[in-house]
Structure formats: structure tokens, C-alpha cells
Design a protein around this ligand. Structure first.
Ligand code: HEM
Length: 369
């Protein structure tokens, strides 16, 4: 598609379920243009976007509301705050690996390592109080279970929104610790309860899905390239840095960014896109575009790649990217040193890839050592 029809017409659905024209965009330059260009909105013309129109979900908002809320959040995500977490995250990796080792092999790396370390990192950064963590874990597991029927998934989502509403109401009465409490005590007059619920839901249960699958797909790709795995296991900080970027770029981790909507007629890749059409930029495809990077289909942990789009581009670029990078930078060496003979516990053909969702990955990753 990227070669022959890089901007390709498909059938889409608006937020209210009405059929509409949708454009799948697969070339690097076009994807970047969609993510940062004018006359393109993250809000569907018939209301909302990803997140069912819930206020406060940044990827479904446009400036100026998007800018107002994003500004409140940036200080939660500074490099300094993320760096300060390193010792806690390393400690948690070690105890998670202890548990995995004790439980014995084969182990599902997603369940025993990737998901727990990703959630822990986010809770630590955002200061989620300990008493709320068990409930968050349960909710995230339910929300991410793509095997449930759609109706059930929607119900879980609604229940989670209602659970977070209760937390918000509690913090409004008496702002406690953690991100919700801080948002209320510092910006309480400038953000509505509904927006707080959207922010809370997206950050606390959404952010870790991509991080966990980056750990999973990254490990899988390294296992498929043993000579590069050895480089990462023994690697210096410099090699680790490039390896992490390559792990973000090469596997199909984020299939597409959230859908965009044309706010007026525009031309992209020589095709006329009408006002109101949906535009779906494929990040996975852009990152493998040979026009962007020579030999882009080859996985090479030593090559420095700085302009990949794994975290998006433009005003919606990922807020959690420093945290995600930190999780990956410490997870791979810890895992590969603990289990020097780590390998797949099933044949590659038996791995089941997720069939739905923005985030790609494997359903489970059985490993032995
Ligand atoms: C490897 C891990 C991750 C990847 C690959 C990833 C990828 C992305 C991408 C591609 C976007 C842009 C979506 C778009 O433009 O439609 C995004 C946005 C976002 N991400 Fe991440 N993400 C990761 C981890 C995280 C984490 C750990 C957090 C927070 C705890 C986080 C929070 C966010 C937020 C809040 C946005 C919305 C920003 C906005 O709309 O202004 N992400 N992420």
C-alpha cells in the first residue's frame, strides 16, 4: 500500500456510527503531515473521538482545551521526575524477576514481567496511593482484555469511568496525594470533574498498554536476533539508547495514531480529502518507510534513528515518552542478565498476535530459560 496507494480510501465510521470516507495514510512524510498539519482535528464532527467523547482524554481534544489540560500535566512528566524513579524501578524489576523465576518455566513474559513493570512505573510517576493500586490493576486487566465481547468491554470502560469519578469526588472534598489530588489542589478551578475523570482514566489505565507491549515485542524481536540480543545484554548506555529506539521503531507496536478528521477540503498525497472525512495515519508503516530510513525493514540495534514516529508527532506527541524509554532501558538488561539463556517457549508460528486495538503485540509471550 505504501508503495502503490500511500493515501488510500477506505470505509470508516464517525463517532456516532455513521459510515464515512476514511483515508489510510502509510508514507512517512504524509503521516507526519497529518499528525502536525493544519485543518486536521482530533475531534470527530459528530462528537468526541477515541474514548467515546469523554472530556479530558487528550488524544480526542483540540487546542485551546487540549493546550490548557496538557500544560497542567507536563510537570508530572519532566525528565528529572522520571530519572528520579530509576532506583525504584530497578528494585521492582528485580523483585518481579525473582517472582518469575520462582514460579518456574515456561512463564508468560507479558503477565509475569511486562505488564507489572509498566503499571508500577506509571503508578510511581503519578503517585497513585498504594490503597488504590490493587483496584487499578484489576481494572486495567479487564480493560485490556480484548477477548471479551465488545459490549462487555464498553461496560468495563463505563465502570472504570464511574470508579475514577468516585476518586475525583473524594479528592475534591479533600485533595490527597497522587496526580488527581495534585491537579485539584493546583488547578482545581481550571479543570472540570468530567475532564479530571478523562485524564485519570487515560493516564492510569491507558499509558501502560503500549509500554507493556513495547517490552513484549522488544523482547520477542531480540530473541529472534540472538547476535543483537548479546549486544544489548552486554551493552553500554549508548548502545542501550539506540537499541531502545530501534525496538520502538521496528516492530509494529503502534499500528495507527488515533483517527483525525479533516476540517476542510485538503489534498494529501495527490488525493482530495473532503471536509469531515476520517484520516488514519499508520505509525507502524511510516516507521518502516524506505524513504525515511534506508533498509528500514532490517532490525539493527546499533543504528541511531532519531526521527521515528513511535511516539507520534506534533502537539499530541506522547506525554509519557521519557517514562516509557526509562522502563525499556532498564528492563532489557535486567531480564537478559537474569536469564542468559532466555528463549521462546513455543515455536514462532504458535504466537498469537493481538488482532485489535491501536497497540500491537502478542497475546502472551511464553519463555523458558
Ligand atoms: C512505549 C510506550 C508508549 C508508546 C509507543 C506511546 C505512543 C503514543 C503515541 C503514538 C501517542 C500519540 C497519539 C496520537 O497522536 O494520536 C501518544 C500519546 C499520549 N501518550 Fe503515549 N505511548 C507510550 C507510553 C505512554 C505512557 C507510559 C504514558 C503515560 C503514563 C503515555 C501517555 C500519553 C498521553 C497522555 C498521550 C496524549 C498526548 C496528547 O494528546 O497531547 N504514553 N502515545
Amino acid at each position: 500500500m505504501r508503495r502503490e496507494a500511500p493515501v488510500m480510501k477506505q470505509q470508516g465510521r464517525s463517532q456516532n456510527g455513521k459510515p464515512c470516507d476514511a483515508w489510510l495514510v502509510t508514507g512517512y512524510d504524509d503521516v507526519r503531515a497529518v499528525l502536525s498539519g493544519p485543518h486536521i482535528s482530533n475531534v470527530c464532527h459528530d462528537g468526541g473521538g477515541v474514548g467515546g467523547g469523554q472530556a479530558g482524554v487528550l488524544v480526542s481534544m483540540d487546542p485551546p482545551d487540549h493546550t490548557r489540560i496538557r500544560r497542567m500535566l507536563t510537570r508530572e512528566f519532566t525528565v528529572r521526575r522520571v530519572q528520579a524513579l530509576r532506583p525504584r524501578l530497578e528494585e521492582n524489576n528485580a523483585s518481579q524477576l525473582d517472582e518469575m523465576e520462582q514460579a518456574g518455566q515456561p512463564a508468560d513474559l507479558m503477565k509475569e514481567f511486562a505488564f507489572p513493570i509498566a503499571s508500577f512505573a506509571i503508578w510511581e510517576l503519578l503517585g497513585v496511593p498504594y490503597e488504590e493500586r490493587v483496584e487499578f490493576r484489576r481494572r486495567s486487566e479487564l480493560l485490556l482484555d480484548a477477548s471479551l465481547p465488545t459490549e462487555r468491554q464498553m461496560e468495563n470502560y463505563r465502570e472504570t469511568l464511574s470508579y475514577i469519578s468516585t476518586l475525583v469526588a473524594g479528592h475534591r472534598q479533600e485533595p490527597g496525594g497522587g496526580i488527581l489530588g495534585r491537579l485539584i489542589s493546583e488547578h482545581g478551578d481550571n479543570i472540570s470533574d468530567e475532564e479530571l475523570v478523562g485524564v485519570g482514566c487515560f493516564l492510569l489505565v491507558g499509558g501502560h498498554e503500549a509500554t507493556a507491549h513495547a517490552v513484549g515485542l522488544g523482547t520477542l524481536t531480540l530473541l529472534q536476533h540472538p547476535e543483537q540480543l548479546a549486544v544489548v545484554r552486554e551493552g553500554t548506555e549508548g548502545v542501550l539508547r539506540t537499541a531502545v529506539e530501534e525496538v520502538l521503531r521496528h516492530p509494529a507496536l503502534i499500528h495507527t495514531a488515533t483517527p483525525r478528521w479533516a476540517t476542510r477540503d485538503l489534498t494529501l498525497g495527490g488525493r482530495l480529502i473532503k471536509a469531515g472525512d476520517m484520516i488514519v495515519p499508520s505509525i507502524a508503516s511510516a516507521n518502516r518507510d524506505p524513504g525515511f530510513l534506508e533498509d528500514a525493514d532490517t532490525f539493527n540495534v546499533k543504528r541511531p534513528v532519531s526521527r521515528h514516529l513511535a511516539f507520534g508527532f506534533g502537539v499530541h506527541q506522547c506525554l509519557g515518552q521519557q517514562l516509557a524509554r526509562m522502563v525499556l532501558t532498564i528492563a532489557f538488561p535486567a531480564l537478559l542478565r537474569r536469564f542468559p539463556s532466555l528463549r521462546l517457549g513455543v515455536s514462532e508460528g504458535d504466537l498469537r498476535y493481538r488482532a485489535q486495538g491501536f497497540v500491537g503485540g502478542v497475546e502472551s509471550l511464553p519463555v523458558v530459560w
